[in-house]
Design a protein around this ligand. Structure first.
Ligand code: 1GP
Length: 237
């Protein structure tokens, strides 16, 4: 089914969504079937992407994932080379918190030859990088400044600007491996003013933090590092 519709329907039914993020650089393909036993039980989506992925690795991972799961696979690419039409959908990201044209529009232009004849569902997404207490790969690679967590108005206005510009999703990102996730105050402030789905990720590694994000208004939470480090973590919720 259309993935965006699935998200909208879940929100209407007050269901919260979970995505597990797999980084093609880090996943061991030999352990994939074991990992997927866990993921298949809990996740609504598998996000695939990383800040620095060698050419072809994403395609290989998605092909392999398709052997073991029917969970929709959504590309969350660090750059246009990670796009493969073997996935189901693509978060067409624009890093709207930063002022680096490469990640605002240049990467998107470079992706067009790959997208023009593909069947990927393309979901325009406003991607907002927020300080998570440590320099993360997104910050390094994109060379943009994360918005400090106390600048709530700026975060809200950035999210609203994304929505006014036609983005269909807003993603509040503390960065993979962040020390602390996006605060409940920020999630709540943005969610109250936004009428498109809200994704939250970065630094969420406990059941409590996951619930905090949902309670504050996140529609979809993304978990990467906590799952990579200890996939048994999934057994506790
Ligand atoms: C990164 O938001 C995701 O883009 C997930 O972050 O690896 O910290 O869970 P973590």
């Amino acid at each position: 089914m259309n993935i965006y519709k699935h998200i909208i329907q879940s929100i209407a039914q007050r269901e919260k969504l979970l995505a597990v993020l797999l980084d093609p650089e880090k996943v061991n393909l030999k352990e994939l079937s074991h990992l997927l036993e866990k993921i298949n039980k809990k996740a609504d989506f598998i996000f695939v992407g990383g800040s620095t992925v060698s050419n072809g690795d994403t395609d290989r991972l998605v092909t392999k994932l398709k052997e073991f799961t029917r969970i929709p696979i959504v590309l969350f690419p660090g750059d246009y080379t990670q796009i493969t039409d073997k996935a189901d959908a693509l978060l067409f990201l624009s890093l709207i918190s930063g002022n680096n044209p490469e990640y605002l529009i240049q990467q998107q232009i470079k992706s067009v030859p790959k997208l023009i004849n593909s069947n990927l569902e393309i979901i325009p997404t406003g991607y907002i990088l927020i300080d998570g207490g440590t320099e993360t790969a997104v910050q390094r690679v994109s060379n943009t400044r994360p918005i400090p967590q106390n600048e709530t108005d700026l975060i809200l206005h950035t999210a609203k600007a994304g929505a006014f510009a036609g983005k269909k999703l807003i993603y509040l990102e503390a960065g993979s491996g962040a020390k602390y996730p996006v605060s409940q105050k920020i999630i709540n402030t943005v969610k109250r003013e936004l009428n498109i789905p809200l994704i939250v990720g970065g630094g969420i590694r406990s059941k409590q933090q996951l619930e905090n994000a949902y309670d504050a208004g996140a529609d979809l939470v993304v978990i990467g590092t906590a799952f990579e480090k200890n996939n048994l973590w999934f057994d506790i919720f």
